[in-house]
Design a protein around this ligand. Structure first.
Ligand code: F6R
Length: 606
């Protein structure tokens, strides 16, 4: 969360800082700001809300200066006001920060007792005041930086300007990502390679504990003890990932409709691996006694569906939890086990912490990621790319179905390695997977009118319940998450069988209940749960397939009929109406679909 940029340039930098921040707005859009040094003095412009407000501000009051830093904020400490917007100033110092300074209360008390005057409610401001204090004690900027880094605890990516060192930016990383970009007579800093793509593809990633002094001809990198260290340069391919909306109204819409194409691309890669009968590279599924999966949000729901597949097809026990809880459970993890972490961004702090937790316990780590240059990808033993291309809409859509496609392929690969499914059945599963893009394309073309009708109805509701059994249960939770995050309508996903244990009390004629029920082994039981809803006057929206529609005699508010598909691809097919329902409901509600309130695409705080 929060995006930071910096440029040590030869020409005015404020326009380019804004350009780079645009590539980082997915990390937060509560406020934004830039600071530069002009004739030895720090200047800044800040604005509440999205970057366009800052752009407007800069039009009214342009900012010159060849060296500068910028920030787009996802608020953690302090409201989303201009006063709390970064860069934060203290005497002679400007700071932008991504992360959380966990001991800020203690530092703030100490600094305030020493006479520091705090202007904001943020945790970040202590960084500037500490630096100012050390400068006043006579330390040079580098010494002051080292001393400050020894005092702060928590997670940070920092970019700092010192007024009396006007041709450098000081940077530091512990947790959230930070990359240095190498230009021609100019140097850059950014939270990721996409922000730096307009300037350079030569990137050096700082690792945790690193700090650096960046001048216009290069960077000196140090470890926490101040020893110079070398970090490799990479050639980034992020420029190819710069995305636009095409003819779509929103990135989310574009990303929903892109799914047949990107899944086809992902499947080609994985089906080749399965077909070549090689072991899945990196993890020897034949030997692992169990699998530990952790992820957050939508990626977690993908992992939950993956658990059903690994257990059913590969007879492999799976431990799964949300990454923010995983490491607190103290699960007995045999070191011969493998861990899978799933993350679109590859930067989610909790998922990264789970990865490190499993690594410390000797597990082999596979990372199912979209961003292959991310921290999670770099720290895993094996990377399973989902090949979805850049996902810009904050609500995850194509990354979810690509994660599912990869998990399905890995589960089939694991089943082959473990000899748990006869060869002809494995072949049939692979054939079903190969069918997925075509069926997805057909469904996306055919369901639009019904979705619009249903979304209009949903947009009038206060609460919506989603029910499913088996792999449709995690899908129900994902459907509810999609709806609530972009339409702000309260929604919950439940295991259909759990309804009678509590949530049934909510059912009345105002409560739409979306039932996800492909005609599989579990269909009849789900229909019984639907009966329970109908008996209490609930309004049922049944999402089923042609077989299910033919046998269900229940009166529903609407039955949306999808094609009959193999069980292994049903979650991907049934996720399409979930995504479109959320999208169109949000359109009716008039919300900001691609950048819903309070959210960010990359969550780099715990
Ligand atoms: C919801 C959504 C989030 C993410 C979660 C994990 O639509 O996108 O729930 O799935 O924040 O993010 P990644 O996958 O980047 O680790």
């Amino acid at each position: 969360m929060c995006g930071i940029v910096g440029i040590v340039g030869q020409q005015p930098v404020s326009d380019r800082l804004i350009g780079a921040l645009k590539g980082l707005e997915y990390r937060g859009y509560d406020s934004a700001g830039v600071a530069t040094i002009i004739e030895g003095a720090l200047h800044r412009r800040r604005a509440e809300g999205k970057l366009v407000n800052l752009e407007r501000r800069l039009k009214e009051e342009p900012l010159s200066g060849n060296v500068g830093i910028g920030h787009t904020r996802w608020a953690t400490h302090g409201a989303s006001t201009e006063r709390n917007a970064h860069p934060h100033f203290s005497d002679g110092v400007a700071v932008v920060h991504n992360g959380i300074i966990e001991n800020f209360t203690e530092l703030k008390d100490e600094l305030a007792a020493d006479g520091a005057e705090f202007q904001t409610d943020t945790d970040t401001e202590v960084v500037g005041h500490l630096l100012t204090r050390y400068r006043r004690e006579g330390m040079r900027p580098q010494e002051a930086t080292r001393a400050m880094l020894k005092r702060v605890k928590g997670a940070y990516a920092l970019a700092i300007l010192f007024e009396d060192e006007p041709s450098t930016i000081t940077a530091a990383r512990n947790g959230p990502p930070l990359a240095i970009g190498h230009g021609d007579g100019e140097m850059f800093l950014g939270s990721d390679a996409i922000a730096l793509a307009p300037f350079t593809n030569e990137i050096t990633y700082l690792i945790d504990g690193d700090w650096a002094v960046v001048g216009n001809s290069g960077a000196h990198i140090f470890d926490i003890d101040g020893h110079p260290v070398e970090r490799p340069r990479h050639i980034s391919t992020a420029a190819a990932d710069l995305a636009n909306k095409g003819n779509h109204r929103h990135f989310m819409e574009k990303e929903i409709y892109e799914q047949p194409e990107v899944i086809a691309h992902a499947l080609r890669h994985y089906i080749n691996i399965i077909d070549s009968r090689d072991m899945v590279p990196g993890i020897d599924f034949a030997k692992v006694p169990s699998l530990a999966i952790s992820a957050c949000g939508t990626a977690y729901f993908a992992g939950l569906i993956g658990k059903y597949w690994f257990e059913r097809y590969a007879r492999l026990t799976v431990e799964i939890d949300v990454a923010s809880e995983f490491r607190y459970r103290e699960i007995p993890l045999p070191p011969q086990s493998a861990a899978l972490v799933i993350s679109q961004s590859g930067e989610t702090a909790d998922t990264l912490a789970s990865l490190r937790y499993c690594k410390e316990r000797g597990l082999k780590i596979g990372a199912i990621v979209n961003a292959c240059e991310s921290t999670i990808a770099r720290e895993a033993d094996t990377v399973f790319p989902i090949l979805a291309g850049p996902e810009i809409g904050v609500a995850s859509t194509k990354a979810f179905t690509c994660q599912l496609a990869v998990l399905a392929a890995l589960a089939i690969g694991a089943a082959r390695a473990r000899g748990t499914v006869p060869e002809d059945e494995l072949q049939a599963l692979v054939r079903s997977l190969a069918e997925l893009p075509r069926v997805m394309g057909h469904v996306l073309e055919s369901i639009q009118p019904e979705i619009e009708f249903l979304s209009r109805e949903l947009s009038k509701c206060r609460d919506v319940l989603y029910l499913g059994r088996g792999t449709s249960f995690p899908l129900a939770m994902e459907g509810a998450l999609k709806l609530k995050e972009i339409s702000y309508i309260h929604a919950e996903g439940y295991a259909a069988g759990e309804l009678k244990h509590g949530p049934i009390a909510l059912i009345d004629e105002n409560m739409p209940v979306i039932v996800i029920a492909p005609h599989d082994r579990l269909f009849d039981k789900t229909v019984s749960n639907m009966q329970e809803v109908a008996a209490r006057g609930g309004r049922i929206i049944l999402i089923t397939d042609e077989k299910g529609a033919a046998v269900s005699k229940l009166e529903t508010m609407h039955t949306l009929v999808l094609p009959v598909v193999d069980e292994i691809i049903a979650p991907m097919i049934f996720s399409l109406p979930m995504q479109l329902l959320a999208y169109h409901t949000a359109l009716f509600m008039g919300t900001d679909v691609d950048q819903p309130r309070n959210l960010a695409k990359s969550v780099t705080v715990e």
